[in-house]
Design a protein around this ligand. Structure first.
Ligand code: HEC
Length: 206
């Protein structure tokens, strides 16, 4: 019989040997095979869309505001409201200037129009997550179209806009400059000097 300490030492040697073995295996062959599965092809990988703010990674396709209105009415309106005012789903438009305002009693209204910094995120979110009950069911053209519709109702793009890989990334969102990467107070401009203060809705008269 070995003592507990002897057993621990032996165990540690075993673990060390196993580690060395594994690391040398990895060094010899960067992608070990485990005897199941297949290497994903471009088609499979192409289903994972993850666009960046500058438009890299957006899929091909395009959609107009007019086409988007049809998609919206059929797939989104029941939850987000006829005027995008919200219901079961979030309000999508309005609220500009409410994120920072002079009235402590007025809650910020966070919508695509007032809050989101990049239009590419809207495309990404709708493509991945909406409609709520069947995410991923829209074609890329439909996602471009319904994004265009939401952005037009938010007065961000004109009613005849057509969005695609290059035009979507060029859309300037109203709150683009509202995200400040440096949170140190000495680096913040005072609220009074900020763009938000200029946009703020004045407090109601007493
Ligand atoms: C069954 C109801 C339902 C349907 C249909 C639906 N949504 Fe939504 N949507 C929601 C809910 C609920 C949320 C909030 C989800 C959360 O916060 O996790 C949401 C969130 C969103 C947001 C994010 C809002 C924000 O500012 O955070 C967008 C944009 C959006 N939906 C767009 C759409 C579009 C476009 C369609 C149609 C293609 C659609 N939704 C269809 C229920 C729905």
């Amino acid at each position: 019989m070995s003592t507990p300490i002897e057993r621990t030492v032996r165990m540690r040697r075993l673990v060390l040997a196993a580690c060395l073995l594994t690391s040398s295996t990895y060094a010899a062959n960067e992608s070990p095979t485990f005897g199941f599965g297949t290497t994903p092809g471009p088609d499979e990988l192409g289903r994972f869309v993850s666009p960046l703010a500058d438009g890299r990674g957006l899929p091909k396709g395009s959609g107009s505001v007019a086409d988007g209105e049809k998609v919206y009415q059929a797939q989104c309106m029941a939850c987000h409201g006829a005027a995008l005012e919200g219901g079961i789903g979030d309000r999508l438009v309005g609220g500009r200037g409410t994120l920072v305002n002079a009235d402590p009693k007025k809650a910020p209204m966070k919508t695509v129009e007032s809050y989101w910094p990049y239009a590419t995120t809207l495309f990404d979110y709708i493509k991945r997550a909406m409609p709520l009950m069947s995410p991923g069911s829209l074609s890329d053209d439909e996602v471009y179209a319904v994004s265009a519709y939401v952005l037009s109702k938010a007065n961000i793009v004109p009613a005849d806009a057509v969005l695609d890989q290059s035009t979507l990334a060029k859309v300037q969102m109203p709150n683009r400059d509202g995200f400040i990467p440096d949170h140190r107070p000495e680096k913040f401009p005072s609220v009074a000097d900020s763009l938000h203060a200029q946009m703020a809705i004045p407090a109601p008269a007493k």
